[in-house]
Design a protein around this ligand. Structure first.
Ligand code: CO
Length: 293
């Protein structure tokens, strides 16, 4: 599938602006629901769409937390803000972490993932192996006294495909496969824990799996909306409730049971220790362009 470079760069520029906006507005004790809605409204205001529901994951939750429509959770601790922007399916994926409790340890963890991201981007180019990039990330995080999360990784992106093609490891997995031209998200995670995530509670984040028929009329209507509006990009129950009301929650359950949509789980650090994340999107051609910075 061809890539529209103009949209790739524009999505990146918007993601960068939204990240700056988020840094300004997020304060301790602000509701996650309000943060997610402000970020997603900003993306739309700037002329794009969310590429996935804004992830707002606190402390030991590494990823895949997005507020539900009635979520009362407040921002606290070590908060990771993972933002996706898309224009006609071309994606920018970027994340940063905030210390909301003035903790020295949080700040060091955040610095470690940021340093790993910076070092990986400095070295990435056509022909470098995946294992070599993983080694740079692992060494950067370990030299700060922390561990990378070994079962989370960066990823290639294609039109309407958030996770496509190559995976960019966060450890030296010795993978000899080489980076080629394309669009990649690099996302190191650092933790004081043992460095692995396991599945937690259902996240309310979904992906279209199969457009096969579903008997229930309401479910069919919602499935048609999902196909039209999100295509093969992730969406969440909060967005569906906003459009169709709370009665749509039952339809979502039916779609999941019928195999039309897949629900992700929250990803939690196995030893329940804090996790930081940093992420940018990089366009690899003969030259390297960080689209989200
Ligand atoms: Co990503």
């Amino acid at each position: 599938m061809k890539m529209e470079k103009t949209n790739v760069l524009k999505a990146g520029e918007i993601a960068k602006q939204v990240k700056e906006f988020a840094r300004l507005i997020v304060k301790p004790n602000m509701k996650l629901l309000e943060i997610a809605e402000k970020i997603e409204d900003k993306i739309i205001q700037l002329g794009a769409k969310p590429a996935f529901p804004t992830n707002l994951s606190i402390n030991e939750i590494a990823a895949h937390y997005t507020p539900s429509y009635s979520d009362e959770t407040k921002a606290s601790g070590l908060l990771k803000i993972d933002i996706g922007v898309q224009i006609d399916g071309e994606i920018a994926d970027t994340a940063f972490s905030l210390d909301l409790e003035d903790s020295k340890e949080n700040k060091k963890l955040i610095e470690a993932s940021e340093k790993a991201l910076k070092n990986a981007i400095q070295k990435i180019k056509i022909g470098i192996s995946l294992g070599e990039i993983g080694k740079i990330i692992q060494d950067s995080i370990e030299s700060e006294g922390f561990s990378p999360i070994i079962n989370l990784s960066g990823h290639e992106m294609k039109e309407y495909e958030l996770h496509a093609g190559l995976m960019i490891p966060n450890i030296d997995n010795k993978m000899p496969e080489k980076i080629k031209k394309g669009l990649y998200a690099i996302e190191p995670f650092a933790t004081i824990g043992s460095g692995r995530v396991i599945e937690g509670k259902p996240s309310g984040i979904y992906l279209l799996e199969d457009d096969k028929n579903v008997r229930n009329m309401e479910a069919r209507k919602i499935l048609d909306f999902i196909i039209e509006e999100y295509k093969t990009l992730p969406f969440c129950s909060r967005w569906i409730v906003k459009k169709f009301g709370t009665k749509s929650l039952f339809a979502l359950k039916q779609l999941e049971e019928n195999g039309n949509i897949h629900q992700y789980h929250q990803l939690v650090e196995v030893s329940h220790k804090k996790v930081s994340q940093a992420e940018n999107t990089v366009l690899i051609e003969d030259k390297i362009t960080v689209t989200t910075e």
